[in-house]
Design a protein around this ligand. Structure first.
Ligand code: PGA
Length: 251
């Protein structure tokens, strides 16, 4: 049985004070309702170090939203894997569709980031997902296959165990449109078959595949009850402690 993983992607929201408030609220809610799933929060870089102190002793784990694939050097504005490690991160979101589509990240860059994150001891939350036009013209599986296999190029069977995959159809992110549970399940099962072909059935059965895209307390239950949906990567609904908690208790 795979343990479900609920991660909150705060995106570019919450200054230091707002981050502290949200974490304290979430911690309090978790004291009263024990989670049956793993809970991860991914605040902006500026809040990571403080977040790491605040979550100490709780069941909340910490992730970042991005990183660079080089170790250090003249990359103004970028943050390295070892910086994230030293700020207390255990996870890092890589290849989010906003990074791919707004900041021009390619499969090749994402693959380098995944490798660098793993070598630094960070667990990547590796995002994949098709655009609406790709779904409409029937190329969803081709896109998902390309993103998955390129992102995992050169990743060993031991390394895949430390990677979470997040399927996020781009047309469902921040739009209020969710993939139906069966649309999501179909892609999740396809992703697991890709992992099975590359790494074997047993390994594929243990890989966590999260769904993301307008997940809320009122649609999470049905999504999370699908066979191959092992959790959620939550954007908008993780910015309020009670709605994030509303998803956590369903997992
Ligand atoms: P959303 O974002 O829940 O606001 O759609 C999800 C994500 O981008 O990870």
């Amino acid at each position: 049985m795979r343990k479900k993983v609920i991660a909150g992607n705060w995106k570019m929201n919450n200054d230091l004070q707002a981050s502290e408030n949200l974490i304290v609220e979430l911690k309090n809610l978790l004291l009263n309702n024990k989670a049956n799933c793993e809970v991860i929060i991914c605040p902006p870089f500026t809040s990571l170090s403080e977040a790491s102190k605040l979550i100490d002793g709780s069941e909340i784990k910490l992730g970042a939203q991005n990183m660079h694939f080089e170790d250090s050097g003249a990359f103004t504005g970028e943050v390295s894997s070892s910086m994230l490690k030293s700020a207390g991160c255990e996870f890092v979101i890589i290849g989010h569709s906003e990074r791919r589509h707004i900041f021009g990240e390619t499969d090749e860059m994402i693959n380098k980031k995944i490798k660098k994150a793993l070598s630094a001891g960070l667990k990547p939350i590796f995002c994949i997902g098709e655009l609406l036009a790709e779904r409409d013209n029937g190329t969803t599986n081709d896109v998902i296959k390309r993103q998955t296999l390129n992102g995992l190029d050169g990743i060993s069977v031991d390394q895949i165990k430390n990677i979470i995959i997040a399927y996020e159809p781009v047309w469902a992110i921040g739009t209020g449109k969710t993939a139906t549970p069966s649309q999501a399940q179909e892609v999740h099962s396809f992703v697991r078959s890709l992992i099975s072909d590359k790494y074997g059935k047993k390994t594929a059965e243990n890989v966590i595949i999260q769904y993301g895209g307008s997940v809320k307390p009122d649609n999470a239950k049905e999504l999370l009850s699908q066979n191959d949906i092992d959790g959620a990567l939550v954007g908008g609904a993780c910015l309020k402690a009670d709605s994030f908690m509303g998803i956590i208790i369903l997992a």
